[in-house]
Design a protein around this ligand. Structure first.
Ligand SMILES: [Zn+2]
Length: 72
């Protein structure tokens, strides 16, 4: 992740792990410190997202299947 102040390279200097993962970062260029948070997104959204991916994959699979039938 880049520094929000100078877009320099940053390094992780610490963190807290739980349901929410917090990371403390320090910029190697200007020394600015900031925090990032990684949180869980619940399945009300991801369930729908996964369904979309499955439908797309299924269609692609069916297409390939028909192509193979044509060759034989
Ligand atoms: Zn910086």
């Amino acid at each position: 992740m880049m520094c929000p102040k100078c877009a320099g390279k940053t390094t992780v200097v610490g963190g807290v792990n739980g349901l929410v993962r917090e990371r403390f970062r320090k910029c190697l260029e200007c020394g600015y410190t900031f925090q990032t948070v990684e949180a869980i997104k619940f399945d009300s959204f991801w369930g729908e997202y996964a369904k979309d991916i499955y439908e797309i994959d299924k269609k692609e699979f069916e297409k390939k299947d028909k192509k193979n039938e044509g060759k034989n």
